[in-house]
Design a binder for this molecule. Structure first.
Ligand code: PAN
Ligand code: ZN
Length: 187
């Protein structure tokens, strides 16, 4: 038999960079995040084109039953003292879960269920996060380096950003050298 050995996609675990695979890229900038941070006037003061996070995804099938694989690179920074974070979402198909793997940097994964009960998991190189269904999720970069995390989720899951229009209840701020968690009323 002379079967070819297929070269699979490859990721550099230290950086989260995909090598030689077709990837889809999406950058989310300050201008795209209106209303996401607690201090909206501070957000407007920052350069709109500044990138808060990039997502690189393998270009795989969107069919029901398939899986998507993507790496989020969340840059260090703050808006009015609140750490840079992803927009965060529930899956449109609420029952669909996801797995995140921390690759580099330090941060938090904020999880919030449909009753508004929230918790944090520490994210670091080697951390594994099982995100159950019915749970909204957001990455927060509390460090000085890029926070990169690999995610695998069902292609059919979809994203529902509108359900969290009022945002997450818990917000994370830099306070001198400390990480301070504040509860907001409208979340
Ligand atoms: C991730 C997220 C990614 C960007 O791939 O989509 O971290 O976050 P937002 O989608 O909230 O902007 C994922 O959770 N996919 O389901
Ligand atoms: Zn998700």
């Amino acid at each position: 038999m002379n079967l070819p050995f297929i070269q699979p996609p490859q990721v550099d675990w230290a950086s989260g960079a995909f090598a030689d695979s077709p990837v889809l890229r999406k950058s989310t900038r300050i201008v795209d995040l209106a209303g996401v941070f607690a201090d909206e006037p501070s957000r407007r003061m920052l350069p709109g084109e500044q990138v808060v996070y990039d997502v690189e995804m393998l270009n795989t099938s969107p069919t029901e039953g398939e899986l998507y694989t993507g790496v989020t690179h969340l840059y260090p920074g703050c808006v009015g003292g609140e750490y840079f974070m992803t927009r965060g979402h529930f899956h449109a198909r609420r029952e669909q879960g996801e797995v995140y793997f921390g690759l580099r940097g330090t941060g938090l994964l904020l999880l919030q269920d449909e009753q508004g009960v929230a918790r944090f998991e520490k994210v670091f190189a080697g951390s594994v996060h099982i995100i159950p269904g019915f749970t909204a999720h957001r990455l927060i970069n509390t460090g000085a380096e890029v926070l990169s995390a690999l995610a695998v989720w069902p292609a059919a899951a979809g994203h529902d950003y509108a359900a969290l229009a009022n945002g997450f209840r818990l917000r994370v701020f830099a306070n001198n050298q400390n990480i301070e968690v504040r509860e907001v009323q409208n979340g």
